[in-house]
Design a binder for this molecule. Structure first.
Ligand code: NDP
Length: 339
């Protein structure tokens, strides 16, 4: 299937929205496994608002005939369920990643697998990245520690946003939303991705060969990459050493990107000035992790961009309407690229 980002997909639609084809008037059955049994009633209410033609039933409901199921939205589906769903048209991940589905041996590889996305996910991630970069710029960790000691730690911020360059790794839906917000704060923004991007005001670097140049001019590195074999362990001692002295890190893609002991060593040596981290190699972050108490690290518990159930239902409903109308789908997982 064609690979379209949410933003490109939305902009390709006629201004009146998704044309409703004759066949999309029919009721479609969506099975939901996300958030446990109690959550299913909430999902039903959300989908009633988003598109009442979508009938929502629980993945665990024994009265559902698998042959009637047209769509599933799942988190960690167990093996053995998909083969009987002979009328299935697409699989939705209830989160941004799909690894909790592709690890199931019989997931239907011939059907589109769609990652969660949408305007609200991008908006919230943009807000988080803007906050995290300002946190590093204004050294708020220093003030938080001082406040806990009732200490009047009067000091000036060495830089304003106009004097700092943010380097975003991953210029997809989320990276581009973050870039727009950071530009609004007057940061200089550059980005690194697999392919070259044409984003107004954002200097684009592409591929492994341009990574060193990208890093050398980056004051705050933002990780918004997907989790793939190529990105696992990418942010290690060698990569951090290429950043200018005093650089900061915002880690909001996946915890597997950062080699945590290498990050701590770079913070302790003074090469890095601080880090804001939302994702970790092990989640929840274990109590014994030195990151919890590190004086240069701000920790958030994987909350950078959690859209509400209503927002996610609206996204899935729009994508189902597109599929039913024979239009392309957004955010389709590409097994060759791994994201
Ligand atoms: P997209 O698929 O839209 O974008 C991914 C970007 O990463 C693309 O620009 C892609 O390059 C780039 N990329 C992928 N592999 C490489 C590589 N090997 N080298 C260089 N660039 C690479 O994803 P989203 O923006 O929607 O999401 C990004 C990630 O954010 C998700 O995969 C998820 O892990 C994480 N996330 C975290 C959340 C949180 O709360 N902390 C919430 C939601 C998502 P190209 O454009 O050239 O293909």
């Amino acid at each position: 299937p064609a690979r379209l980002s949410w933003a490109v997909w939305r902009s390709s639609l006629p201004s009146a929205g998704i044309p409703v084809a004759e066949r999309s008037r029919a009721q479609v059955l969506l099975l939901v496994k996300s958030g446990g049994e109690k959550a299913v009633a909430e999902w039903q209410a959300c989908f009633r608002k988003a598109d009442p033609r979508i009938e929502v039933r629980s993945w665990a409901d024994p009265s559902v005939d698998p042959a009637d199921v047209r769509y599933v939205m799942v988190w960690e589906p167990e093996a053995g369920r998909f083969p009987a769903m002979s009328g299935l048209r697409a699989v939705f991940s209830s989160a941004a990643g799909v690894d909790h589905i592709t690890c199931v041996p019989d997931w239907p590889r011939h059907l589109p697998l769609i990652r969660m996305g949408g305007e609200e996910t991008a908006q919230r991630m943009g807000e988080y990245i803007a906050w995290a970069c300002l946190t590093l710029l204004r050294e708020t960790r220093v003030f938080a520690l001082a406040q806990a000691e009732r200490c009047w730690a009067n000091r000036e911020s060495p830089f304003s946003a106009r004097q700092r360059t943010i380097g975003i790794m991953g210029l997809g839906n989320l990276g581009q939303a973050a870039a727009r917000m950071l530009q609004g704060l007057n940061f200089t923004v550059r980005g690194w991705s697999r392919g070259r991007k044409d984003i107004p005001g954002v200097r684009s670097f592409a591929g492994a060969e341009e990574l060193p140049e990208f890093l050398a001019g980056t004051d705050i590195l933002v990780s918004l990459l997907p989790s793939t074999p190529e990105t696992t362990g990418l942010i290690d001692a060698a990569l951090l050493a290429r950043l200018p002295a005093g650089a900061g890190l915002v880690s909001a893609g996946r915890g597997q990107h950062v080699v945590e002991p290498d990050l701590i060593a770079a913070l302790d040596s003074g090469h890095l000035s601080g880090a804001v981290m939302d994702v970790f190699a092990t989640e929840p972050l274990p109590p014994e992790s030195p990151l919890w108490t590190h004086p240069k690290v701000t920790v958030t518990p994987h909350v950078a961009s959690q859209a509400t159930r209503q927002d996610r239902a609206a996204y899935v409903a729009q994508a189902i309407a597109a599929q039913e109308a024979g239009l392309p789908l957004p955010n389709v997982y590409d097994p060759e690229r791994g994201y």
